[in-house]
Design a protein around this ligand. Structure first.
Ligand SMILES: Cc1cc2nc3c(=O)[nH]c(=O)nc-3n(C[C@H](O)[C@H](O)[C@H](O)COP(=O)(O)OP(=O)(O)OC[C@H]3O[C@@H](n4cnc5c(N)ncnc54)[C@H](O)[C@@H]3O)c2cc1C
Length: 409
């Protein structure tokens, strides 16, 4: 029996495609093959369990890949309001916190449930614990091999994601290898939206401290991106929202990346220098271990002083103008050599994937194989933290599905 559409991967993009296809054409036969015992395991964990489902400010500057223009059509045509009305119909109204969209119930698991209920109601056939291990062409149809089963399809949508979250979430990247063997071109995969490992001598002393800072990723001496927010010091390196946001380039920089923290972003260097000199004059009765008490996190202040070679049991009066300048310089640019990330397992998205040049940006269909579509994270598009990756999953899924619907008319 030939199925009209087989979707490999019952994650965000796969389930969205399945539901949308059946909503628009109930007569289509649609099967989802999912390797895990449950669909959308990752979606259920998104947004710290609240699912940051989209963003009011979807635009290309928030996306990355070798050909960013590729995602323009799908993101503009299947935008936030299109997505909102799709989810509204299946029982998930959106609410907003700033620009970020969430399901009104603020539960990621409820988004999964609503997708699942809609899929069941519409007659989507879901095969759980069914891992696609190969794809062949047989009499002009796609034959999907799953261990001891096989399925024939007229149209195939590959929605397997890549490596982020790791095998526990069904993300082993295996499908990309299968496709590469079949001749598909792909770009190198690296973890993004992930914690950054740094040299540990300083961060270990600051473990557990959170500071509001501007965090800049700098590759081969060149600052690439700055984000403001709460930075968390960990025994392995740095975490927190601005760190995750700038982490993408670390794996790609091959050892040439540094993170610069400006822990006094509201003041320029001159103002910080003046503040430190005034403090030196006012607090001459203190030892250095209390010099920053009341101004900075105490432990952070002490580590800054030690970094410029001072001993904490000395009197504040030892600070000359040169030392004050050195201290101000560190507060404005505390440098940490990045040595890597905490890897795919801890990352929220994978940079790299299927070369988008070999797909049609208006349909997500392969330029070489008719009826073969790829959607979501497996394509070489990744977004920033903030709902951008899920919006890409939804937009690319709608885009591929609409083309299949058009071809089937
Ligand atoms: C912890 C975490 C939090 C996140 N939070 C957010 C957030 O709040 N907002 C946001 O926009 N993005 C978030 N993301 C990113 C977002 O979840 C992903 O970008 C999105 O889920 C990708 O959708 P996808 O359908 O392409 O892949 P996935 O959702 O990864 O789905 C792929 C599915 O394919 C299945 N599969 C894989 N290989 C096979 C195979 N060979 N055969 C059959 N099935 C297979 C997998 O089991 C999986 O179910 C988060 C990611 C993580 C890890």
């Amino acid at each position: 029996m030939v199925t009209d559409v087989i979707i490999i991967g019952g994650g965000a993009a796969g389930l969205c495609s399945a539901v949308y296809l059946k909503q628009k054409n109930p007569k289509l036969s649609v099967r989802v093959l999912e390797s895990s015992p449950r669909v959308c395991k990752k979606l259920a964990l998104t947004g710290n369990g609240r699912c940051n489902i989209s963003n009011k400010n979807i635009n290309l500057t928030r996306y990355h890949g070798n050909d960013i223009e590729f995602c323009r059509y799908a993101l503009e045509k299947y935008d936030l309001s299109f997505t909102e009305s799709f989810f509204e119909k299946i029982g998930v109204p959106f609410v907003f916190e700033g620009d970020k969209a969430f399901p009104m119930g603020l539960q990621a698991a409820s988004v999964v449930d609503c997708l699942r209920f809609a899929a069941d109601n519409l007659g989507v056939i879901i095969h759980l614990e069914t891992k696609a291990t190969n794809i062949q062409i047989s009499n002009g149809k796609y034959k999907v091999i799953c261990d001891n089963l096989s399925f024939l399809a007229e149209n195939l949508i590959v929605a397997t994601g890549l490596l982020s979250g790791g095998e526990r979430l069904g993300c082993d990247g295996g499908m990309l290898n299968i496709l590469k063997k079949a001749g598909f071109k792909a770009h190198k995969c690296t973890p993004a939206i992930v914690q950054i490992k740094t040299e540990t001598d300083i961060v270990k002393q600051l473990k557990g401290i959170k500071v509001n800072a501007n965090a800049t990723i700098c590759v081969s001496g060149r600052p690439l991106r700055t984000e403001f927010g709460e930075v968390l010091f960990c025994d392995y390196g740095l975490s927190g929202p601005p760190i995750l946001q700038i982490s993408r380039e670390v794996s790609r920089a091959e050892g040439n990346a540094e993170i610069w923290l400006d822990v006094m972003p509201d003041y320029d260097f001159g103002q910080v220098y003046d503040m430190i000199r005034a403090r030196r004059n006012n607090l001459s009765y203190c030892n250095l271990d209390e010099f920053f008490t009341g101004m900075l996190n105490k432990r952070l202040g002490q580590v800054v002083l030690k970094t410029v070679g001072l001993k904490l049991n000395e009197s504040v009066t030892v600070l000359d103008d040169k030392k004050c300048k050195e201290i101000a310089a560190i507060l404005k640019k505390f440098q940490f050599k990045a040595i890597g990330t905490t890897g795919f397992l801890n990352s929220q998205v994978t940079a790299g994937g299927l070369d988008t040049k070999t797909f049609n940006s208006k349909t997500m269909e392969s330029r070489e194989a008719k009826g073969f579509y790829a959607v979501g994270e497996i394509l070489d598009i990744d977004g920033d933290c903030g709902g951008f990756n899920l919006q890409w999953a939804w937009s690319s899924a709608f885009c591929a599905s609409d083309n299949i619907l058009k071809e089937k008319q």
